[in-house]
Design a protein around this ligand. Structure first.
Ligand SMILES: Cc1ncc(COP(=O)(O)O)c(C=O)c1O
Length: 277
């Protein structure tokens, strides 16, 4: 598209875009702001929406982690111009791969429908003669009917899984929040369904030691994503993005499958406590 991404650091409380820092990097050329509701914790949408409206900038919200999460009684992703959700395999509900875009804007809807279907306009496939007329450049991002069938079946499990994810997070917090060396982010489980349980260690060295210790006990974990500015296509100095670097180096996802039993969670937490003894 020729668009140039401009990065901004995250804030400490929920790991969302730091609105102060973001506002300083906005210029006349800025077309859209792309916040991420990290692990389902919503960004301050009231402030962000007001800012974007004042500047005439669109909001494209990455709510990939955030199904089952609310901001002021609205589902996250629905206050932005566009919200995206992921249904990849590790998500709360999955279609194997794929996801969902939500918007109230008819033009955006029509454009998205064309883009995912080789640039075909909506409905042309119903008429054989028109079905090979491609009115714009597009791609093959089609979601198959097989996936949709899985998605419908998964949707029926959503409410149960939301409850399970919230209870699981609470259980981990109850069992581990007194452990020195482990930090949880404050998470309001009335509105937030954490996709996975995330903890923060004091340093990346300690994180590696814990991962190795748990591995020996056959407990799998997953490191946090690297910050974008350290990836090859966006490489930039760490200076500007200190929070992103720090949280990325210290963040660890704990076992969070909806199939985990309370007993298994207790075993994981006991091993973590053992490590810190
Ligand atoms: C924050 C965030 N955004 C976007 C994505 C991409 O989602 P998908 O794999 O469905 O394209 C992911 C994947 O986990 C994610 O964590």
């Amino acid at each position: 598209t020729g668009a140039k991404p401009v990065l901004a650091d995250i804030e400490k409380n929920a790991l969302n875009l730091d609105l102060n820092k973001m506002s300083k990097s906005v210029s006349k050329k800025t077309k859209a702001i792309m916040p991420v509701d990290f692990n389902g914790r919503p960004i301050d949408m009231k402030v962000l929406r007001e800012f974007a409206d004042k500047k005439g900038i669109m909001l494209i919200e990455d709510a990939a982690h955030a199904i089952g999460c609310y901001y002021n009684k609205r589902h996250v992703g629905t206050i932005s111009d566009v919200g995206i959700f992921s249904f990849s395999t590790p998500k709360i509900i999955t279609t194997g791969q794929g996801g969902m875009i939500v918007t109230n804007d008819k033009q955006i809807y029509e454009r998205a429908m064309a883009l995912k279907d080789f640039g075909r306009e909506i409905g042309v496939k119903k008429q054989m003669e028109k079905s090979f007329s491609h009115s714009t450049i597009g791609y093959n991002f089609k979601f198959t009917e097989f996936q949709a069938a899985v998605g419908i079946a998964q949707m029926r499990k959503l409410q149960k899984r939301i409850l399970k994810k919230r209870m699981m997070f609470k259980k981990y917090v109850d069992l581990l929040s007194n452990v020195k060396g482990i930090e949880f982010l404050k998470t309001n489980l009335k509105n937030v369904t954490p996709w996975m349980v995330d903890i923060f260690l004091k340093s990346s060295v300690e994180r590696t030691q814990l991962i190795k210790y748990l591995e020996k006990k056959q407990i799998g974990t997953r490191i946090y994503y690297p910050p974008i500015h350290r990836l090859k296509p966006y490489r930039d100095t760490d200076q500007e993005y200190k929070q992103a670097s720090s949280f990325s180096d210290r963040g660890l996802w704990l076992p969070s499958s909806v199939t985990l039993t309370d007993k298994q969670i207790r075993i994981v937490c006991n091993e973590i406590k053992q490590f810190f003894k």
